[in-house]
Design a protein around this ligand. Structure first.
Ligand SMILES: [Zn+2]
Ligand SMILES: [Zn+2]
Length: 327
């Protein structure tokens, strides 16, 4: 696969003041957060995250004993809703990179659905991801495979990324979101939202099929779904920075990985994404199918989102606009 150097003209910069396109690690300043060595201290361990992730994985061990086809179907549907719409579209392309504009209620709907993926709150995850772009595979990257494959996949989550001053970290990396009371409120809704969703699944299952179906819907619809979405997202951070091909020469090790693109709803075209972070369309070649992009197209057609960044350069934007006018 031939690679091409990124063109000089860039897509529009994000409307937020955070620079996610820095070509080298930005200067350390208040709220920058620790690098990997500094983070790997006992005092930085996040017992909350460790407990949450361990609990979810432990419950999955019960999955074979509570298998039902209804449970599997519910898990698959919720996998797509929370994984593709919540994380890929909501947390990533909308909140982190502002790749489109939308109504505030739509924005909060996606933020809430993303919260239900169990990966953490919008503030924390968006901050970590913007920092990942600002110093990809360099010092300060929250989850680079240069610090170990398993570290980039999961173990980085065992330690706080803020290094003790979460407020300064959030004000540094997500000043736009931290200003919003609604986003800060989602911090407190993380656990209650999961409890309510579990109770709802149990209630529906119980009313149609008794205790067994109720438990099956919780085990499969909540926990199997949650753990498989987690690993799909984590593979973007690990596998897509290790194996695959590059369409663009970037300053990081990001790759296009077809397997990750399938399980993570288009996010596996990660080299394309690192080359053009704000672009909401992650598949750039005809075979690079991106199902999350299809959802964004549908939302655009219904008028729920607009000003979608579906171009790499200003020239490409002009060409797309001209062909839309001619059609
Ligand atoms: Zn990356
Ligand atoms: Zn990104």
């Amino acid at each position: 696969m031939s690679t091409v150097a990124p063109p000089k003209s860039r897509p529009e910069r994000p409307s937020v003041s955070v620079d996610v396109r820095a070509s080298k690690a930005p200067k350390r300043q208040k709220g920058y957060g620790p690098n990997t060595q500094e983070r790997r201290r006992r005092s930085n361990l996040s017992y909350w995250a460790i407990g949450w992730l361990a609990m979810a994985h432990l419950v999955v061990l019960a999955a074979p004993f509570y298998f039902t086809w209804t449970g599997l179907i519910v898990a698959l549907v919720l996998h797509w809703i929370t994984g593709s719409l919540g994380i890929c579209l909501g947390y990533h392309r909308l909140l982190t990179h502002t790749g489109m504009k939308t109504y505030n209620w739509v924005r909060y709907t996606f933020a809430t659905i993303g919260t239900l993926a169990g990966e953490g709150t919008p503030l924390d995850r968006v901050a970590d991801h913007r920092k990942h772009h600002a110093c990809s595979d360099q010092e300060g990257d929250p989850h680079s495979p240069n610090d170990g494959g398993w570290w980039s996949h999961v173990f980085w989550l065992a330690y706080h990324t803020h290094g003790g001053d979460r407020k300064a970290y959030l004000q540094r990396w997500v000043p736009d979101l931290y200003k919003e009371a609604g986003m800060r409120r989602l911090d407190y809704l993380f656990l209650p939202a999961h409890i309510v969703m579990s109770l709802l699944l149990f209630a529906v299952g119980y009313s149609f099929g008794g205790l067994y179906l109720g438990t099956s819907l919780v085990v499969w619809g909540m926990f199997v779904r949650l753990v498989t979405v987690l690993h799909a997202t984590w593979m973007v951070n690990s596998l897509s920075h290790m194996w695959g091909y590059k369409n663009y020469e970037t300053t990081d090790d990001s790759r296009n990985n077809w397997f990750v693109a399938i399980v993570a709803y288009g996010e596996g075209w990660h080299n394309n994404h690192h080359a053009y972070p704000r672009m909401a369309k992650h598949g750039h070649k005809w075979w690079e199918f991106d199902i999350t992009w299809q959802a964004i197209r549908l939302l655009r057609a219904t008028g729920l989102v607009w000003d979608v960044v579906d171009y790499r350069t200003a020239a490409e934007k002009k060409t797309l606009e001209e062909s839309a006018e001619a059609a």
